[in-house]
Design a binder for this molecule. Structure first.
Ligand SMILES: [Zn+2]
Length: 326
């Protein structure tokens, strides 16, 4: 039995040896073949390289930041707003942005700061500098110079209810009370932007009175129209120009049922003469949120929407904010 077993083991070992030898032969053949292919590849590669013009090796440093050009001068008209991109302040303790010594809010993006510069309707037409400085206005870093372009505004005559031109004592007291409320609203804007992307006109209808018209009410009182009037039937849905927070939703003497939206970064939009208000103070709105319905409340000569836009304390032409953000 033992002898048979030993014989079997020897046989198996021989078979295994033969198999190993065969495998080695095959591997050798394969390697030779591969060598031939390898040499061919090398030959072709060097031939191709010889045909190509040798180029210096370029090491590309991927810069993820967008290239932002920081302009040194801009132009502005009375009642206009411009959007500016600013480099970061060199001195972190002097990073307050000023134009004409007035503090202007800005928002930081990864590659730049963004701010809105507005010019008053009553501009004295003097060029001004914008710069970073500390809270005392010292350690200035000059950024850009803004020069004025003159603009002419038309005149118009309107006939309205005479009690809204010459105010009674009671109405005057009401107006002064409302003025205080409004001053408080405009004095506390949300610093960070609440708006998203570009601003939109509140209505797609005929503009019946443009921004800046000099107005003569009932042939006596003279004032300026610092908003845009859109033709709107009573009941026309009035939607928010952008996202923000409703900071006022009530009846006012001059603008009737009024909604004011704070969009942050010093930007407010006002919707006046509404027949119905659909939002409440403190409510957050998204672009095109229904604010109310058009009407003829307050000082009006007929139903329409009065759209006012205030940027950094100046009433500006709403369409210039639409242009600056789209
Ligand atoms: Zn108006």
């Amino acid at each position: 039995m033992k002898m048979v077993n030993i014989m079997k083991i020897v046989k198996v070992m021989k078979v295994m040896k033969a198999m190993k030898a065969m495998k080695a032969m095959k591997a050798m053949k394969a390697m030779k073949a591969m060598n031939r292919v390898g040499q061919m590849v090398l030959l072709l590669h060097s031939f191709a390289c010889a045909l190509k013009t040798p180029k210096p090796i370029k090491i590309e440093v991927k810069n993820k930041s967008k290239k932002v050009e920081f302009v040194k001068s801009r132009k502005i008209s009375p009642g206009e707003v411009i959007r500016v991109h600013l480099p970061f302040a060199k001195n972190k303790s002097a990073n307050i942005f000023y134009c004409r010594k007035k503090k202007i809010m800005y928002h930081s993006f990864p590659d730049y700061n963004e701010a809105f510069i507005s010019e008053s309707y009553f501009s004295k037409m003097k060029s001004f500098n914008c710069y970073y400085a500390d809270k005392w206005g010292k350690n200035k870093q000059r950024l850009l110079m803004v020069s004025n372009i003159p603009k002419e505004f038309p005149s118009e005559r309107l006939r309205v209810d005479k009690k809204r031109v010459t105010l009674s004592k009671k109405d005057l007291r009401r107006f002064l009370r409302e003025k205080k409320v409004l001053n408080k609203v405009y004095a506390g804007p949300t610093e960070r932007p609440l708006f998203v992307k570009g601003f939109a006109l509140p209505l797609n209808s005929k503009v019946t009175s443009i921004y800046g018209s000099k107005r003569v009410f009932n042939n006596s009182k003279v004032s300026q129209h610092l908003g845009t009037d859109f033709r709107a039937m009573v009941g026309t849905p009035i939607k928010s120009s952008n996202a923000g927070k409703v900071v006022l939703a009530r009846d006012l003497f001059f603008t009737g049922n009024t909604v004011i939206v704070d969009h942050g970064l010093g930007i407010f939009t006002v919707y006046g003469h509404l027949s119905k208000i659909n939002v409440h103070e403190g409510e957050k709105v998204i672009p095109f949120s229904l604010l109310g319905l058009a009407g003829a409340t307050g000082r009006v000569s007929g139903p329409h929407l009065h759209w006012g836009v205030k940027v950094n304390g100046n009433w500006i032409e709403g369409s210039s904010l639409v242009e600056a953000t789209n």
